[in-house]
Design a protein around this ligand. Sequence first.
Ligand SMILES: Nc1nc2c([nH]c(=O)n2[C@H]2C[C@H](O)[C@@H](COP(=O)(O)OP(=O)(O)OP(=O)(O)O)O2)c(=O)[nH]1
Ligand SMILES: [Mg+2]
Length: 316
Amino acid sequence: MSKLVQVAVAILIRPNGEYLLASRPQGKGWAGWWEFPGGKIESGESPAHALIREAQEELGITPTQIQPWIKRRYDYPATHDAEAKTVLLHFFFVSAWQGELQAREGQQLAWQHPRQLNVSPVLPANAPIMQALSLPPVYAISNVQEMGETAFLQALRQQLDLGLQLIQIREPNLGQDALAQLSEKVLALCTAYDCRCLLNGSPELATQLGYQGVHLNSQRLMAMLTKPENLLTGASCHDLEQLQKAQHLQLDCALLSPVLPTASHPGANNLGWEKFADLLSGLEIPVYGLGGMRPEHLPQALASGARGIAMQRACW
Ligand SMILES: Nc1nc2c([nH]c(=O)n2[C@H]2C[C@H](O)[C@@H](COP(=O)(O)OP(=O)(O)OP(=O)(O)O)O2)c(=O)[nH]1
Ligand SMILES: [Mg+2]
């Protein structure tokens, strides 16, 4: 059996959403491959402490704001420049630090836009992480039914100004014509802000109305045989079987609900954070917590391994 190496990994994030990648220097295994800064946790050291030490050693900075994210295990095969090993990667978001970034180990550094990577190859263990990072931490769900169209479009514009990047149009009570008209307005607005829109409905209708994506309810998810083509695809999940189906189809994301009690389903059997985190552990597709979410729940959702939170009421 190969040895288990524990690693602390820093995802440095700038306010504009870009994150830092570094190339592995010559002389190390997997030289030339891109990774997040970080390194092995020494014996007796906590992951957070290792993270800070590695950031100082490799980049000359001291992280001041860190948020533990997911852990990921990966088996590396032996290669021409490295022995076989199993790594347990402890990912952290680092959103503030002291000092000026320097490449102190001869590595190249590159800030990357999450939706447009321009360095490669990235270490294979990181593939699902890069995928998860290409989606934003906040996902909004429409609420035209309750708010009325005028108030909704006004609130949408406000949220777009504040940086909203992902929205689902979920209006099961609108007729076809009304949905088409609403979609036209929403898509025009969102396109101007580079915010991606998913339609809660069938892939055919999403394509016909010009959406970039589709969101499947759990019934559609379970009946689906392959991922819809050319659509960013998410799905509603309420248990492990549905999450595994979403992962098997290689969907772009899943919404897991209900995390907390909601105004719309007050009596529903909510998961709670512990069960939520449990269901996500080991899963490789990005998952959002849904149900009773408010902006202040984001750190808890991230710490539970989610990509972020989805909100229907609290964000408008
Ligand atoms: N730093 C970092 N390591 C990663 C990432 N993804 C990933 O699979 N790894 C693996 C590669 C390595 O096998 C291991 C990190 O070990 P390392 O050799 O770079 O450790 P280190 O920086 O402490 O360097 P050293 O002990 O060789 O001096 O984790 C990542 O994004 N960042
Ligand atoms: Mg390192």
